[in-house]
Design a protein around this ligand. Structure first.
Ligand SMILES: *Cc1c(COP(=O)(O)O)cnc(C)c1O
Length: 413
């Protein structure tokens, strides 16, 4: 065996300094990165199992729930979505998906893969659904499961969920929500709002890296999941129920994952230790600052960013009264080359802002103020850079107007 020539071996990882002000991922809290460098322990080390239990309790606080079944799925947010949908849907089940952006389409697509009979209703991008529109569809479709995004980053809209659980309960429908973009930056009350399942990720308002998906499941959801268990000789105990419609994924079989996180600690995959540390630290920091205080910080800094871009003369996309606190979409001014200007933000100022998808592609930028970056200094720096870049590309932006308006908003709140 010959050694690789030294000149072809890259140096240690050394990323450029960035300020990530897009719709996610965002910079992680420094404490989260420190937690990830903590030493590893074995899968059944008492420290490991205690840390898992501790993390479950922390996330009950984050979700606003007393659900026993509150845990992490290893993988990005989409892993949590797949685990929830694959485990809750039996082939042929009717599923209702109200779609108000890109991630609603994702819920419909994953439901199709789960062999559901998928029914969708759609609203224009930039709007949300009224509870009565959802109830009308529930009555018409009679689904077993309603899947609904809370905050769709593609449009920045926040779907109100507080009346939906009651509608679902009245019609005997399970209620699942993808709260990836919104959790931690906007109110979420899993129990008070009647959620049966909800999933998230770390890389938005929770201020961690992508790679772990917090999930919480009501007792009703756990009953459905438990009724679909598959007997596996040598792993399952004799007497475990075996169902012909068991979940057709091993990795995302929530029944097995629940047995791994539960008191029996039955072996499934090897919990991603460093991601567990990260997820634990995200929740710990949120609860230490206070859940309401973190939400208020997102609201305050988000309002300052909104005031700033409006004062610069930028037109904001969508129904602002239903916007998530942590992200805003602005129309790219006439004549400004969107991609080139965005590249200048990154290359000249080290600041990343977001592009857009689907019908908004090339039309709006999305600017986030979330997690660790929901800070006045991060918002003000972004506005300064944005003004300079817009002006360089010929937009008539009043000098200092964005920063002044944002500072006023921060001072007044
Ligand atoms: C950002 C986002 C995701 C991201 O999923 P990943 O698998 O972590 O990339 C999912 N859902 C919503 C609503 C999001 O905003």
């Amino acid at each position: 065996m010959t050694d690789q020539p030294l000149s072809t071996i890259p140096g240690p990882i050394d990323p450029p300094r960035r300020l990530l002000m897009g719709p996610g991922p965002v910079d992680a809290y420094p404490g989260v990165l420190r937690a990830m460098s903590a030493p590893l322990v074995g899968q059944y080390d008492p420290f490991m199992t205690a840390t898992m239990t501790e993390t479950q309790e922390l996330y009950r606080g984050v979700w606003g729930t007393t659900n026993d079944a509150t845990l992490l799925i290893d993988g990005t947010s989409r892993a949590g979505i797949e685990a929830a949908i694959l485990s809750l849907i039996r082939p042929g089940d009717r599923v209702l998906v109200p779609i108000f952006g890109r991630f609603g389409h994702l819920l419909a697509e994953i439901s199709e893969r789960a062999l559901a009979e998928v029914h969708t209703i759609e609203t224009e991008w930039g709007q949300v659904f009224t509870p009565s529109a959802i109830e009308e569809a529930v009555v018409r479709v009679k689904p077993t499961l309603l899947t609904l995004v809370q905050g769709d980053t593609s449009t920045t809209m926040l779907q109100p969920l507080d009346e939906i659980g009651e509608i679902c309960a009245r019609h005997g429908v399970l209620f699942y929500s993808d709260a990836t973009a919104s959790l931690g930056g906007n109110p979420f009350e899993a129990d008070a709002w009647g959620l049966d399942a909800a999933t998230a990720g770390l890389q938005k308002c929770l201020g961690g890296p992508s790679g772990s998906a917090p999930i919480t499941l009501s007792d009703r959801a756990v009953e459905v999941i438990s009724s679909r268990k598959k007997v596996e000789a040598g792993i399952r105990e004799p007497g475990d129920p075996s169902s012909p419609d068991f979940v057709r994924s091993n990795y995302f079989d929530l029944g097995m994952i629940l047995d791994y996180w539960g008191p029996r600690r039955l072996n499934h995959h090897t919990e991603a230790t460093s991601m567990l540390y990260a997820a634990r630290e995200c929740a710990r920091l949120l609860l230490l600052e206070g859940r309401d205080a973190v939400i208020a910080r997102h609201r305050r800094v988000g309002a300052a960013m909104l005031a700033g871009v409006e004062a610069m003369g930028l037109r904001v996309f969508g129904d602002v009264s239903h916007k998530m606190s942590n992200v805003v979409a602005v129309y790219i001014p006439e004549g400004v080359p969107g991609d080139t200007a965005r590249a200048a933000m990154l290359e000249d100022f080290g600041i990343e802002i977001g592009t857009s998808f689907g019908p908004l592609h090339g039309k709006v930028w999305r600017i986030g103020t979330m997690g660790y970056n929901a800070r006045p200094d991060a918002a003000l720096q972004t506005l300064v850079a944005l003004e300079a870049v817009l002006r360089r590309f010929g937009a008539a932006v009043p000098s200092g107007a964005g920063v002044d308006a944002a500072s006023d908003a921060l001072a007044g709140s």
